[in-house]
Design a protein around this ligand. Structure first.
Ligand code: ADP
Ligand code: MG
Length: 673
């Protein structure tokens, strides 16, 4: 059980308290059968009128259940002889389940039920029934029981950490009251407010989580500032040669960002800087310039990317740029064979490699750096806080810690930035390399797929290159290839004489590297891929992007994907294919994509649409994942959180520590790295 619970991030009994229900069921009332509506879940109490087995397409047990108001059908496809015996005519049942329209009127398929004595009072719950996020092998009743246990036994040593005066001012309840309310809402509590996150109990917990992260970030800054870093010399032969060899001039934004970074690096205190700039603005050049400052000063640099694919690409780009200058690079991703991993570790520990590139594997225990001077977290997720915590620890031995540069393409509103990027100085690149032309975006229904394929064929014959992206049906590894393979085969057959490649995240790193290299060199004309290509991939000659099932993707993700084209001289096109009918919000999202190429504009729209109540069925790139808080919904809590943080740092330093470890604590920190 412990193993299974770990998948939900649950390690201690106390963790159970912070696993919040995703919805609730109302079993506090019994409804007349006549009031049942398709699509709704209800609890009913009635007598079985008739029961029989029918042999339709599937053998099933059918019971007619009647109360004083009406009759409904219960349908069971799986049942034991014993269950069948218990469902005889004349039996009284208390049932809970979803109502649907059956072939002959309303029915419930496999309702939860229990038999009642003829004159027994129906046992209704006095609280709403919580439904928790599911994980394989742990049933809802089990989770409910565990949560109940935690509510009984883990509350005593759960101190209130937010000073009462702040809670009173915001009219928010204490911690224990809030936890009880969300796990065991009393009958009659307004479900809508609880689920929309507007309920004070939810807001109270969200506030605490935001506050904890804010404090954690600020503490990271403070501990950093108390430590030394090795001052790096940004100017020097390497930098000069690098810039001279680049096939382009820096944009103003790039030059300014580099100057800001240089000023930080030259100090003996660790840099903690966020580099923000829209997809395609050229952040990699800035990273390279910073890396060279470390190398020039006899120090090492580490560059971490969120996906293996991006790490591989950084390896290619950075070796193209830096190896001719005599810089030695090494790379590491998760799936590498042990021997290569060892070699990598040895190169960094011995100082043979001056630059290490990889995924989060870079900051695992076994990786020791001889003299790490700069750590870059590219396209950071979850603020890269976990990785940065690890880094501060890695530096402990010689008291100097590395300079830190974190990059992101995800713009967030100012009010949120104050809190979520607390403790980071910000450099923003607001311009694009010259000659970029906006990508033309078209929305095309799935029904015209054949036409789209024809267009791709014609374009490829004219020498163009295209990405064809299929979304993941499911994030599990088996499905990942099956999401793209049929499309790959279809296109390969339909595009006679055109070379088509296939790419997905689970492929062997070397194979993937080869496919990317072939696409980059023009050997492949079409690259069929999952959304693995969404972050960072940079192949300027590709000028066509086809996205299937675009209606299922979030705006941030679509913007990232489209950002893969429009990087070269050629006019670029993006075709967003959708399946009809489109929901209102999906329609607005796709229209936003058609009408705008501006990342800030799109992010604003994204927040507005999500704020409008969209349920996120899709992973958002760079999404900031919290246990309780939601970046959009709880945005208004960012300011109060900051005020409370100021106050607590002055007057409640002990609580600050506890608060951070409660939400950003040990277990979590290592799990995420
Ligand atoms: P991102 O900010 O999304 O990481 P990249 O660093 O991948 O962007 O850069 C996007 C593309 O723009 C790359 O092909 C890069 O070589 C090119 N590029 C970067 N800076 C310039 C510039 N100043 N002039 C022209 N092209 C540039
Ligand atoms: Mg990038």
């Amino acid at each position: 059980m412990a193993e299974k619970l770990k998948r939900l991030g649950l390690r201690t009994v106390r963790d159970l308290l912070f696993l919040l229900p995703i919805r609730y069921e109302d079993r506090t009332r019994i409804q007349p059968i006549s009031g049942a509506q398709p699509g709704r879940k209800v609890q009913i109490d009635g007598m079985i009128n008739r029961a029989r087995i029918i042999m339709g397409r599937r053998r099933s047990l059918i019971c007619a259940l009647r109360d004083t108001s009406a009759e409904i059908t219960l349908r069971f496809f799986h049942f034991t002889r014993q269950q069948q015996a218990g469902l005889r005519s004349g039996t009284r049942l208390l049932c809970y389940g979803e109502v649907r329209q059956g072939p002959r009127g309303l029915e419930m398929v496999h309702p939860e039920y229990r038999r009642l004595g003829e004159s027994e009072a129906a046992p209704v719950e006095d609280r709403l029934t919580p439904v928790y996020p599911a994980t394989e092998g742990v049933t809802q009743p089990r989770l409910r029981k565990l949560a109940g246990y935690a509510l009984k036994n883990a509350m005593d040593d759960l101190p209130e950490l937010i000073p009462q005066r702040h809670l009173s001012r915001l009219r928010l309840p204490g911690l224990l009251e809030a936890l009880r309310a969300v796990h065991r809402p009393p009958r009659g509590m307004a479900l809508e407010t609880l689920l929309s996150g507007q309920h004070p109990a939810r807001r109270r917990l969200a506030l605490e989580e935001i506050l904890a992260w804010h404090l954690g970030l600020r503490r990271l800054r403070e501990t950093g500032q108390q430590r030394n870093a090795v001052a790096l010399r940004p100017e020097g032969g390497l930098r000069r040669k690098f810039l001279a060899r680049l096939p382009f001039d820096l944009t103003e934004g790039q030059a300014k960002a580099i100057a800001e970074i240089d000023a930080d690096l030259a100090r003996a205190a660790p840099m903690m800087r966020l580099l923000q700039g829209d997809v395609g603005c050229g952040k990699t050049v800035v990273i390279a310039a910073a890396v060279l400052a470390a190398v020039q000063s006899g120090r090492q640099a580490a560059v971490m990317a969120p996906t293996e694919l991006l790490a591989e690409q950084h390896m290619r780009t950075l070796s193209d740029w830096l190896e001719p200058l005599g810089v030695r690079l090494a790379w590491l991703v998760g799936g590498m064979p042990r021997a290569e991993r060892r070699a990598f570790e040895a190169q960094l520990a011995g100082g043979d490699a001056q630059v290490g590139i990889g995924t989060h594997a870079l900051f695992q225990e076994a990786v020791e750096y001889r003299a790490l001077g700069l750590a870059v977290v590219d396209e950071q997720h979850r603020f890269g806080v976990h990785q940065r915590l690890r880094l501060v620890e890695k530096g402990q031995a010689d008291a100097a810690i590395p300079h830190q540069l974190v990059t992101t393409a995800t713009p967030i509103p100012r009010s949120l930035a104050m809190t979520f990027y607390a403790g980071l100085d910000i450099s923003a690149i607001r311009d694009m390399p010259p000659g970029r032309r906006p990508v033309n975006t078209a929305l095309v229904s799935q029904e015209r797929r054949a036409k789209v394929i024809e267009r791709v064929a014609a374009a490829c014959r004219a020498g163009r290159q295209a990405y064809w992206v299929c979304p993941l049906i499911d994030e599990s590894e088996h499905i990942e290839s099956s999401a793209v393979e049929p499309t790959y085969r279809e296109l390969r057959d339909a595009l006679a004489g055109i070379r088509v490649g296939l790419l997905h995240g689970r492929a062997d790193p070397r194979q993937r590297d080869q496919v990317m290299a072939d696409f980059a060199s023009g050997k492949l004309s079409v690259l069929v891929a999952t959304t693995v290509i969404e972050v960072g991939v940079d192949i300027p000659r590709a000028s066509l992007m086809i996205v299937e099932n675009a209606e299922r993707m979030g705006l941030a993700q679509l913007h990232q994907l489209r950002g893969r084209v429009g990087r070269g001289e050629e006019e670029s096109h993006c075709v967003l294919m959708y399946r009809s009918p489109l929901g209102q919000i999906a329609k607005e999202r796709l229209n936003t994509m058609r009408n705008s190429n501006d990342g800030f504009e799109i992010a604003r729209k994204d927040l507005a649409l999500r704020g409008a109540g969209e349920i996120l069925g899709v992973r958002q790139t760079g999404a900031l994942q919290f246990r309780v808080a939601d970046l959009v919904r709880d945005g208004a809590l960012a300011e109060p959180a900051q005020r409370i943080a100021d106050d607590m740092l002055r007057s409640n330093p002990n609580e600050v520590e506890q608060l951070i470890s409660r939400w950003v604590g040990e277990g979590d920190r290592y799990a995420q790295v």
